[in-house]
Design a protein around this ligand. Structure first.
Ligand code: URA
Length: 290
């Protein structure tokens, strides 16, 4: 039976895995020379970081905590200040603004896309979903299996959590727009590779230019790093108001990360509260039955 690592070790491993995730490293392989005791924490196949192998333990998973978690009220939002100096050339610099662009036109231009290697393994292109007039756009990384199957963003487990987050903000999914950095599922849910991001991101830029949201929320490091052209880890600027092409941008943790690290929900809720304050949103009133 697989053993659980002591809590202090789990924390250290999680920190280290987060560090690797920030660097964009997600796949780890077991060293064949691993000792027997270490092997009890290592999977026999590759794992997606930041899921520590010891989570494969047969111990029952803790019950999902509700969203929003109970946290102290957020401080008033600070004024917008760019705290992340772009560290590389923006992928978007050379993208010309298309006059009279519209979401259906973007979809038409994407067509049955074969521009990058992701098309080989995809079932459906996941274009994006929500209101074309949304004040708030959420940008994820790329479709997973459920999204690839349904052709819609964030409909799997992480998507259900994102829906809860949106509802906790007093909104519904149809009020916001949800899309991803890449529109086709990367194999084994790996992070999209730079060439795939470079190929797909002009369409993302067109989405944003058409929707013209007040606020963009980047879910996770891939979205944040793509838009901000930074190599800094997301934990360094998460929760800060940033300025991106004249819009307000907030990076926060990806809901998939929250599924593995429910303790981080409080941080994300604080970030979303800042977004709510910026957009003048109130959390929904609790009904007596809930
Ligand atoms: N994760 C993402 O980043 N996007 C999705 O659409 C689903 C899961």
């Amino acid at each position: 039976m697989a053993e659980r690592a002591p809590e202090s070790l789990q924390e250290k491993i999680e920190e280290r895995l987060q560090y690797y995730e920030d660097l964009g490293i997600r796949l780890f392989y077991r060293d064949r020379a691993t000792t027997a005791s270490a092997a009890s924490f290592a999977p026999t196949v590759s794992v997606q970081v930041p899921t520590p192998a010891f989570q494969e333990s047969p111990l029952p998973k803790p019950a999902a905590k509700p969203f929003p978690p109970k946290v102290a009220a957020a401080a008033p939002p600070p004024r917008i200040a760019p705290v992340v100096a772009p560290s590389g050339p923006s992928l978007f610099e050379s993208v010309d603004k298309i006059k009279d662009d519209m979401l259906p036109k973007i979809r038409e231009d994407i067509g049955d896309c074969t521009r990058c290697k992701l098309h080989k393994g995809r079932n459906k292109i996941v274009f994006g979903d929500g209101s074309p007039k949304a004040e708030l756009v959420f940008i994820g990384e790329g479709p997973g299996a459920d999204e690839d199957y349904q052709g819609l963003p964030f409909v799997g487990r992480a998507g259900k959590l994102l829906t809860q987050m949106i509802e906790a903000m007093g909104l519904q999914r149809k009020d916001v727009y949800i899309c991803n950095v890449v529109k086709c599922r990367p194999p084994e849910n790996r992070a999209p590779e730079p060439d795939e991001v470079a190929t797909c991101s002009p369409y993302l830029l067109r989405h944003i230019d058409v929707i013209r949201p007040e606020v963009i929320v980047c879910l996770g490091a891939v979205a944040a790093k793509t838009l901000l052209a930074t190599t800094r880890g997301i934990s360094q600027f998460r929760g800060e108001w940033l300025e991106w092409r004249g819009r307000k941008l907030m990076a926060t943790y990806h809901p998939a990360y929250l599924l593995r690290n429910p303790n981080a929900k409080g941080e994300v809720w604080k970030d979303l509260q800042k977004v709510m304050a910026e957009l003048g949103l109130q959390p929904p009133k609790k009904s007596k039955s809930s």
